[in-house]
Design a protein around this ligand. Structure first.
Ligand code: ZN
Length: 240
């Protein structure tokens, strides 16, 4: 068995399936990377039970997407596609992942979604973030408390309270998302149709980013929900 990855990063984005991070927050991650942050990607599963592609194809696509994004690593926790729930064994995996990489910021799915794996990931990550800092939780590595958790919306929309201008990173985000070829429209594919594989999917993704961008005066925005209130030390930065 190879040694576990203990690379420390500033930001950890944790998605249920291999394309979730790309579709939801890759623009924000690219923006933070451009500002000097170290970024790690975590997939809860290999997407092995999805309707399109298979684990082998998806592993190649996921690595291609990582190369485009240029993040530090992409790690798979392999907790079972269509089986993601907040259980003790899975918490140990997520806690050890957080403790090994010591992120300051974690991003994951919002807790209400059509896909049960997205809801499961949200709960699992939120609870694991808390116990990752508890010295007596029975898991390996030094306790670590990330400072913030941002939730991204997937199928269903929440009322976001964090908007990030991703205009400069939009094309690269799309390029990385499209690396997951098996998931999207292909007239020659005989795999079953899904929401993602409809020809209009990327139009809808763009429409959403433009709609939220419009609300904050930029071309494209990714949006999040943060539960904790923000303390503004210098109120003048609010109009800077
Ligand atoms: Zn997903």
């Amino acid at each position: 068995m190879s040694e576990p990855n203990t690379q420390v990063v500033d930001v950890l984005a944790i998605g249920a399936h291999p394309d979730d991070v790309e579709l939801s927050c890759a623009g924000t991650l690219l923006r933070m990377q451009a500002q000097g942050a170290k970024i790690g990607m975590v997939d809860m599963t290999r997407g092995e039970s999805g309707s399109r592609g298979n684990a082998e194809i998806r592993a190649v696509e996921a690595q291609n997407a990582l190369k485009i994004l240029g993040f530090e690593f992409r790690e798979i926790l392999d907790v079972g596609d269509l089986q993601i729930q907040d259980t003790h064994d899975r918490r140990v995996k997520v806690v050890e992942c957080i403790r090994r990489h010591k992120p300051k910021l974690v991003l994951t799915h919002w807790w209400r979604d059509k896909h049960p794996d997205h809801e499961g990931t949200s709960e699992l990550v939120k609870h694991s973030m808390f116990v990752a800092g508890a010295a007596n939780f029975p898991a390996k590595y030094e306790p670590h408390n990330p400072k913030r958790l941002l939730y991204w919306p997937s199928t269903w929309m929440m009322e976001p309270n964090v908007f990030v201008d991703v205009t400069d990173y939009w094309e690269k985000k799309l390029e990385a998302a499209r690396a997951h070829k098996s998931q999207f429209f292909d007239p020659n594919s005989s795999d079953p149709m899904t929401v993602l594989s409809q020809p209009v999917f990327f139009e809808r993704l763009e429409m959403r980013a433009r709609y939220f961008g419009d609300q904050v005066g930029v071309k494209f925005a990714e949006v999040f929900y943060m539960r904790e209130p923000v303390l503004v030390k210098d109120p003048m930065t609010l109009w800077a």
